[in-house]
Design a protein around this ligand. Sequence first.
Ligand code: HEC
Length: 152
Amino acid sequence: MSRSFRLPGVLLLAVVAASVSAAVRTTAQQPLPQGHAVRHGADTIPIYSDSQATAGQAVWTKTCSECHESKDVTGGDFRTKWAGQPVFTLFEQIRTTMPDGNPGSLPKEDYAAALAYILKLNGLTPGAAPFVADSAALAGVKLILPPAPSGY
Ligand code: HEC
């Protein structure tokens, strides 16, 4: 049950300019500081706040956990699918497809909070500012996920 909380905290976000994506991909395979976002393979930025993730945990418990276990958003299938993908794409997928059967029914803030919680479950370190679903600001911000944990 608490297994996902013990996973190595190696989810990272990379801010990848399209022009340097190849270089960043190479860098991203090196060990990076835990739980930071990476800009051009060097600078790191946080992408959500801890209080937002706490709010997201409440959203998760109330709404998402009806159908999901946390390993659905930390396990091998999830990481294989989302590694290297834009974080905004993940946000939009959740917002436009979840809850299954009633997509888009939550306030946008709740989707952002749920995403923050998912990022925290994957070990990303919070910062001062909350995740804001701004496609322009998030352009090029990509998920760098750890290898699939064994047993998932
Ligand atoms: C009524 C059941 C149900 C609820 C409630 C629900 N989900 Fe889902 N969720 C699903 C199903 C079923 C899938 C698989 C859909 C598919 O693969 O097409 C899924 C898929 C997902 C995925 C994609 C996983 C992947 O590997 O890409 C994410 C992320 C997700 N849900 C997040 C959430 C969040 C966050 C909430 C709460 C806001 C939520 N879900 C609520 C049923 C639900």
